[in-house]
Design a protein around this ligand. Structure first.
Ligand SMILES: [Zn+2]
Length: 351
């Protein structure tokens, strides 16, 4: 009887250890035991071009729970999203957290350092279009391969933060991209609502092949991890409202996932966007917007115009449908075929 008792005690100890598979969590060179935080780098080896190190912090909460990945800076001049994760880091106290948070605040270091929008200047590729990455490719491919292996595969949930780039006057919004798996889609929808941005784009038509997933959020979603993308910030600015929206969104999400003792107040009646239409310019020249981000425009309504360098109007940009201006070009530079604005058409009912 006594032996049986000892055996049961030993087995329950063993199962307690077995259940906590993240008693130690390692991402790149950062290793954190339960109740600790550790910062390091995810090394991207050199290949056909240079290698580099992506900064990462692992916050391993005192109590077990899910692993949440928070990533920003795929576009290194979408500054508000990068600053949001930098501000979030000191607010993540391991003692108060159940589960673990992997924070990657700046994927595209070369873009940030050289102030180059949209792409990684090393290979001219967008760092949110080449997932799941490729260890034999150029720097972007190799970096995204490391993010897939070390961050996505170790996470249970993921949030990818973006915002308006240097040339984009953007209103904050989230993307909810249903996968067709009802349980996962319910959770990701609840994540978008808990995050708290009041405009949510229903993103359909995403890739379905996990080996050609293109986007970070899709890479995680196709691996069964509920995920969202959230955007705030614009025009190279670091406005408090935008930064706070993203910081609080991440904390709200941790409340929803029961990783933090924090009340959840999901946004109640968000504007659901069912279609995003990109308006481009037929000609190059000087662009003048005539509407602001977040404006509602009618079908055919003028949203801006382009002049030549003699000041003559050579193009009028009009909205192809009635909808909301999600973002509009914020700089005078306009190229032939360049993006004038993204217009979101509003869904008639909640999905
Ligand atoms: Zn972006």
């Amino acid at each position: 009887m006594k032996r049986l008792f000892i055996l049961i005690v030993l087995l329950s100890f063993a199962s307690a250890f077995a259940q906590d598979k993240h008693a130690t969590l390692t991402v790149g060179t950062a290793t954190a035991q339960r109740g600790q935080a550790s910062s390091g780098v995810i090394h991207v080896p050199a290949g056909s071009d240079a290698g580099y190190d992506i900064p990462v912090t692992v916050v391993n909460g005192a109590k077990p729970g899910p692993v949440l990945a928070l990533v920003s800076g795929a576009h290194g001049t979408e500054y508000a999203s990068i600053i949001a994760l930098e501000k979030l880091l000191p607010a993540l106290s391991p003692a108060q957290i159940s589960g673990s948070v992997i924070v990657v605040p700046l994927v595209n270091l070369a873009s940030f350092e050289q102030k180059v929008p949209h792409v990684n200047p090393v290979d001219n590729k967008s760092m949110n279009r080449y997932y799941p990455g490729n260890p034999q490719g150029t720097q972007t491919d190799r970096a995204l391969y490391q993010i897939t292996k070390q961050v996505v595969e170790q996470a249970d949930y993921l949030v990818d933060l973006h915002g308006g780039d240097i040339d984009e006057n953007l209103r904050p919004y989230s993307y909810w991209a249903p996968t067709g798996k009802a349980d996962q889609d319910r959770v990701s929808k609840e994540m978008a609502l808990a995050f708290g941005l009041d405009t949510i784009i229903i993103s359909t038509g995403r890739p379905t092949d996990p080996n050609a997933s293109r986007y970070l959020e899709t890479t995680a979603s196709l691996r069964g991890k509920p995920s969202i993308t959230a955007e705030a910030g614009r025009w190279a600015r670091v406005d408090t409202d935008d930064v706070d929206a993203l910081v609080n969104g991440c904390l709200n999400l941790m409340g929803y996932l029961k990783m933090l003792a924090r009340p959840v107040h999901p946004v109640e009646h968000p504007v659901w966007i069912e279609k995003v239409l990109t308006v481009t310019s037929d000609v190059g020249g000087i662009f003048y917007p005539t509407v602001d981000r977040g404006s509602y425009v009618e079908k055919g309504g003028r949203i801006g115009y382009v002049t030549d360098y003699a000041g003559r109007t050579v193009f009028e940009a009009r909205s192809p449908e009635a909808g909301e201006v999600l973002y509009i070009c914020s700089v005078p530079t306009m190229t032939k075929g360049g993006t004038v604005a993204n217009i979101g058409t509003i869904a008639s009912r909640e999905p």
